[in-house]
Design a binder for this molecule. Structure first.
Ligand SMILES: [Zn+2]
Length: 238
């Protein structure tokens, strides 16, 4: 260990301590962030947040108290989803997202915009241009529907976008609270809480998932705790 000490001192001096490739990805994809230095995420508004609290905890505990670094515990892959073993993207540092999108329902509402989703009005946040990204998803899906009109039923009527609420059975805020998530048609969806023994199921065609991922949204169908109607804007995972 001792022979590496100089390296840590050197990295510390340059401000790289604790700031790994994932931290750099965050800075790249979220324009509100300025830098990561000395294990701190520095926001353009001057806020600072510890990146890695150094704690290594059980899955259950991380879910409740994820630091920013914990969000990357499992990598989200764009490939297969036959049997998800983990929950990539399901660990979230709530403080981070509250600071980004709004700390209360009214604060989030100030950034919402109504957009058209297959002829219906939905409200999403303009922070991080989520509204534009979702419109881009709709554009791609419209192209897909020309080849596969049978896919429309999965997309409308939608389950919902903005709603300030906690995740069922928890005290943690859902990403729907920030106007940065969308549930497609509930009717064709599978949710781990509805299934006996958490047996993985999915009916959503993969080309739909790909259209969302292309524009920065991850899919709840890639979680062991699956939620196949759910997409949320998490470009840092992609
Ligand atoms: Zn959802």
């Amino acid at each position: 260990m001792k022979k590496f000490l100089w390296l840590f001192v050197l990295l510390g001096a340059f401000g790289y301590a604790g700031c790994d490739t994932h931290a750099r990805k965050l800075i790249r994809v979220y324009s509100q962030l300025k830098a990561c230095r000395n294990n701190q995420i520095i926001w353009k508004d001057g806020a600072r947040m510890v990146y890695d609290d150094g704690k290594r905890e059980s899955e259950e505990k991380i879910l409740k108290h994820a630091d920013i670094e914990d969000m990357f515990t499992y990598s989200y892959t764009k490939e297969s989803y036959a049997h998800p073993k983990h929950d990539p993207g399901r660990y979230r540092n709530e403080r981070f997202f509250r600071h980004m999108y709004g700390d209360s329902a009214s604060a989030v509402r100030r950034h919402l915009m109504t957009i058209d989703w297959f002829g219906r009005k939905v409200r999403v946040t303009t922070v991080n241009n989520v509204h534009r990204h979702l419109l881009a998803v709709e554009r791609d899906l419209n192209r897909l529907l020309k080849r596969h009109p049978e896919y429309r039923k999965y997309l409308v009527p939608i389950g919902g976008t903005f709603k300030w609420r906690t995740i069922a059975g928890t005290k943690r805020l859902s990403v729907h609270s920030f106007g940065a998530a969308i549930d497609i048609n509930v009717k064709y969806s599978a949710y781990w809480r509805w299934s006996k023994g958490m047996k993985y199921q999915n009916k959503i065609p993969f080309p739909i998932v790909k259209a969302f991922e292309k524009h920065g949204f991850i899919w709840g169908g890639k979680w062991r705790h699956f939620d196949t109607m759910h997409f949320e804007y998490r470009p840092e995972m992609l």
